[in-house]
Design a protein around this ligand. Structure first.
Ligand code: ADP
Length: 539
């Protein structure tokens, strides 16, 4: 029997409308891209402008399903574009400006974006692609008429002029909840980036699931500083979560260095920060250099790459902030697991708690997970066995955009990560399956090795790769960038690692470098490193 309950669609526009009636005064503070000054608005005001933008887009001639790109930092205008484009039934396609020009070209053309909203300082990226984007018909610069750039591009549209003449009234269409709403591409560590198309339903459910205390703990009283960009998997869903709760949002604009973030922390007093480990390294180093501590921050969400123990400790011991370790991926909208504080965890001695915090956490409601061996058999949840991490849930990809199905027959998605799950349901990433080092029949986690290495006081960044070895098949090589002004020898580093690792895990060599290659989302790009050092142990 199907029970006679109402079936109202889960729509992004209903998030916005809920914010308007429930907490129109909830603040949205942004650092302006134009001049770094602070802009203040509210959910109520932003909703009115999103409606102006919706009217402007329809008047311009967008059609349902059209892809509308954004090439922009975290600001209130980007927030308006998120809601306006999705609300009218077009697709908000956020593009990462840190991608290489060829990747940008590929993504624009693969998505067939008709229009792009671009931040002032990113206009040059489009100038470089002039003549290469046949589908693109309009470029809207997210600024006012006083700041419009001199550009060789023809017919640039000014955002403020584009919306100015339009009404702040708009009735959002009652779309099917399975309608496409936003599109993100993976950063393509191998091959071309792949697109993941989200739906209204998947986005709304993901936003709800991110709220509870055992997830991100977002309430009306939260003040969130998402440093994770709005082009990185929808800013981890935060712009959608805040309209449900009325939390204050603090957008850092284009300035994500330690000093700029610290200024925002002092003036806006965020309780929750969110971003990738590299951003927090920058902030922590800056705070050390000026000898300051954060007072307002309760927790710092860290995801995208593993959070090192030294970072968990630094936030706790120096700043009284809990590092909320989270794991997810573009294919998962992105949240999969979160390692949130709870009574049991808080009761543990710090050193034991840190060990648990190093794990990527427990699945949020909606996400199922299991680990399997190479034959597809499920492995025990004993915290020891590790295998391919499979996931399933309402905001997980079934097929890439314009591509074949990727989920298995029984509906699971292979994350490409290798993990273990303990009896308390905490998941821990061992490595990406393509990065795990196979040495003499044993596995070595490159992530674990990197995390131990960055604990050395002179090490700014570490990258571990497995490279061919005559006897052991593969052996780890440690590549290190030293902190500015710091010095250490190969022997110093190995001596530091030795007591912390099993003997066969110890890298056979340490190479010092000035830089390491990264993907556009800040992850270490290991493929070129493996190629560069392929014969290092074979000489
Ligand atoms: P990409 O485009 O680089 O794949 P994603 O942001 O989708 O970008 O990356 C997802 C991957 O990032 C995961 O599959 C996992 O390997 C890695 N990852 C994400 N969060 C964590 C974490 N907390 N610890 C370790 N690895 C992580």
């Amino acid at each position: 029997m199907l029970a006679p309950m109402m079936k109202t669609p889960l729509l992004i526009s209903s998030l916005l409308e809920f914010g308007v009636v429930s907490h129109p005064d909830a603040e949205i503070v942004s650092r302006k891209v134009e001049d770094g000054s602070i802009h203040r608005t509210t959910q109520g005001e932003a909703a009115k402008r999103a409606k102006q933008l919706a009217n402007a887009l329809l008047n311009w001639g967008v059609k349902p399903g059209d892809r509308i790109a954004t090439l922009a930092w975290n600001t209130w205008r980007h927030y308006e574009a998120y809601y306006a484009t999705t609300g009218i039934g077009t697709v908000c396609h956020t593009i990462n400006p840190r991608l290489f020009p060829e990747q940008l070209e590929y993504i624009f053309n693969h998505a067939e974006d008709r229009m792009v909203f671009v931040d002032l300082n990113l206009v040059p990226l489009l100038e470089n692609l002039e003549g290469k984007l046949p589908h693109l018909q309009a470029i809207v610069v997210m600024t006012d008429s006083d700041n419009m750039p001199d550009s060789k591009l023809q017919n640039l549209i000014c955002y403020e002029d584009f919306i100015a003449a339009h009404s702040t009234e708009f009735e959002w269409p009652r779309l099917d909840e399975d309608t496409d709403c936003s599109l993100c591409y993976t950063s393509g560590t191998t091959g071309n980036p792949k697109g993941v198309m989200y739906t209204h339903r998947s986005t709304v459910l993901h936003a709800i699931a991110s709220l509870p205390q055992q997830a991100l703990n977002i309430s009306q009283d939260s003040v969130i500083l998402p440093v994770v960009p709005m082009f990185h998997v929808n800013c981890w869903g935060i712009p959608y979560a805040v309209t449900i709760t009325g939390a204050k949002l603090v957008f850092p604009g284009a300035a994500m260095d330690g000093k700029s973030l610290w200024e925002l922390i002092v003036s806006e007093k965020p309780t929750l920060l969110a971003g990738v480990p590299t951003v927090w390294l920058g902030l922590l180093n800056y705070l050390d250099s000026i000898n300051e501590t954060m007072e307002s921050v309760d927790s710092v969400v860290v995801g995208g790459s593993a959070a090192p123990l030294s970072m968990i400790k630094a936030f706790d011991e120096k700043h009284g902030a809990f590092l909320l370790h989270a794991w997810g991926m573009t294919e998962m909208s992105p949240i999969g697991t979160i390692n949130a504080p709870n009574k049991q965890l808080n009761a543990l001695p710090a050193s034991e708690r840190y060990e648990i915090q190093r794990k990527q956490g427990k699945p949020v409601f909606g996400v199922e997970m299991k680990i399997i061996d190479d034959d597809g058999n499920e492995l025990p949840r004993d915290g020891k066995a590790y295998g391919r991490l499979m996931v399933r849930g309402p905001w997980i990809v079934n097929a890439y955009y314009k591509s074949d199905k990727v989920a298995t027959e029984d509906g699971w998605f292979d994350t490409g990560d290798v993990a273990n799950i303990d009896p308390d349901n905490y998941m821990q990433i061992v490595d990406r399956s393509k990065d795990v080092i196979k040495s003499g029949g044993e596995w070595i986690s490159s992530i674990d090795l990197e995390n131990v290495a960055v604990g050395h006081p002179a090490v700014a960044e570490a990258c571990v790769i497995g490279i061919p070895h005559e006897k052991w098949q593969e052996r780890p090589l440690l590549l290190v960038i030293l902190k500015e002004g710091a010095s250490a020898t190969r022997e110093d580093i190995l001596e530091f690692l030795e007591p912390q690792l099993a003997k066969f895990w110890l890298p056979d060599d340490v190479v010092f470098r000035d830089e390491l290659p990264h993907t556009a989302t800040g992850k270490l790009l290991k493929v070129p490193m493996r190629e560069e050092y392929a014969s290092h142990y074979l000489k």
